[in-house]
Design a binder for this molecule. Structure first.
Ligand code: NAG
Ligand code: NAG
Length: 438
């Protein structure tokens, strides 16, 4: 980029003396955090979060969670559309006119037993909010409450997306298919992070999270007596060789600088010490950042499983992500939104609390939104001084530090509220540019 030299001092002046972001003369960014921390709002959020935590529901079964959301929106006088994607709720705050800017929270829990002993432990055996979606829903409701109280200042319409089935069910695909996000200019989403200190955020521009897919293969041989192997075709040994051969895809076929993962996480076969079984089922996940690498992995996983099974005189069938478990694309943060995010987060939390991170091989169905609209996804810290070694997400010991709730509510609310001004400013700049060119 070739810019005249005088641009740089100007740029510096604007950077150093950036005008405080304000809508209607109201300095919302810092104000929203103060509001969200007020006792009445904080306690209200804690109550909602605990109610949802006690009654975790799996993907597309979030009927009670959905009811809690709608009851709270009703009390706040916020209109919404329901159902969207089975149990989802989409609320609207503001002028009712374009531009539309969306914030999303996921609603579903995980099929696992909570091991944390506390007053509001999951009341449903074998189900737990171990990924913080109870806090995500609550923080979006918190933002809704704050935004509703300032709706006269909104220069457009906020779209609140309460999305079901993030944990592999592809809820985002159904929300997009419903058409409710047509004309939405940008979408924001967050995930709680147990490792990041409370009051910090972390993200990056460009590729943030990997694309992911699942595979499952049945390797069929011929069962028989374990002491007379020559009369059988052993699928356990064949499947073992398949697992080893799959390791070559990343270590020998992929560019070492293009991160990829192939993990066999499921291996099922046999039930007795002296019987060779008829078949073995293996399954796992594969991850890559680019579409090309992803499709290449998919093709080679199938070839290797079938080829290696054949070497061992077995047959194999391979299935990939289905309707229940669709492929997720990589989550790619819009570069312009990254700059905007850093400004807003810096205003609310202080610039030193806005961190930049490396990409992760984890995946998020928020990526589905980012394929159709500019989107931004970030992590919000909740690590407290008192808990030095918090359990990670998807652990049965996972815990939410409820002090995170005001931060999430304020971040959500500020990101959308200020974005209307951002859109206006960029349109003005665009008009001026056209004017100059005429
Ligand atoms: C809503 O806004 C009004 C005026 O700005 C303020 O007095 C009131 O405390 C606010 N309520 C909440 C819940 O923030
Ligand atoms: C594999 O499939 C072929 C063709 O259907 C069949 O003839 C053979 O018996 C199968 N082998 C095993 C081990 O199932």
């Amino acid at each position: 980029m070739n810019l005249p030299k005088w641009v740089f001092p100007l740029f510096l002046i604007f950077t150093l003396f950036k005008p405080q972001i304000a809508i209607g003369g109201f300095e919302i960014s810092s104000e929203f955090l103060k509001i969200a921390k007020q006792d009445d709002i904080f306690n209200w959020m804690v109550g909602i979060r605990r109610r949802i935590h006690e009654n975790p529901e799996l993907g597309y079964e979030e009927f009670e969670t959905s009811k809690v959301i709608r009851e709270e929106l009703d009390k706040l006088g916020i209109g919404y559309k329901y159902p969207v994607a089975v149990t989802g709720v989409v609320g609207f705050i503001g002028s009712g006119e374009p531009p539309f800017v969306a914030i999303r929270a996921d609603m579903d829990a995980l099929p696992m037993q909570e091991m944390v002993e506390w007053e509001h432990k999951s009341k449903v055996p074998g189900k737990m909010h171990a990924c913080g979606h109870d806090a995500h829903v609550t923080m979006l409701l918190g933002a809704a409450k704050i935004l509703k109280n300032h709706s006269h200042l909104l220069k457009g319409t906020v779209v609140l997306v309460f999305q079901p089935a993030e944990e592999g069910g592809g809820g985002a695909i159904h929300v997009v298919d419903s058409g409710i996000l047509e004309n939405v200019k940008a979408i924001f989403g967050l995930h709680v992070s147990p490792a990041l200190p409370l009051g910090q955020v972390s993200s990056k521009s460009g590729t943030l999270l990997a694309g992911s897919g699942f595979f499952e293969a049945v390797i069929t041989g011929k069962g028989g007596h374990a002491a007379i192997p020559q009369h059988s075709i052993d699928p356990i040994l064949a499947a073992s060789n398949v697992v080893v051969s799959l390791q070559h895809l990343v270590s020998r076929e992929a560019d070492p600088l293009d991160s990829q993962v192939v993990t066999v996480a499921k291996f099922q076969g046999g039930g007795a010490f002296n019987v060779i079984p008829d078949s073995v089922t293996i399954g796992g996940t594969f991850r890559a950042f680019s579409k090309e690498s992803f499709m290449q992995l998919k093709q080679r996983i199938e070839e290797v499983i079938i080829g290696q099974a054949t070497v061992q005189r077995c047959n194999a069938t391979v299935e990939f992500s289905s309707k229940d478990k669709p492929f997720f694309p990589a989550a790619i943060n819009d570069n312009r939104l990254h700059e905007y995010f850093q400004n807003i987060a810096g205003d609310i939390l202080g610039p030193s609390n806005v961190k930049t991170m490396l990409p992760l091989m984890g995946s998020e169905d928020f990526a589905v939104y980012q394929e159709v609209i500019p989107g931004y996804f970030y992590f919000l810290g909740m690590k407290s001084e008192s808990n030095k070694k918090p359990a990670s997400a998807h652990s049965p010991f996972f815990e939410i530090n409820e002090d995170i709730l005001p931060f999430g509510a304020a971040m959500h609310a500020s990101l959308v509220a200020n974005y209307f001004t951002e859109i206006q400013d960029s349109e003005t700049r665009l008009n001026e540019k056209h004017h100059d060119e005429l």
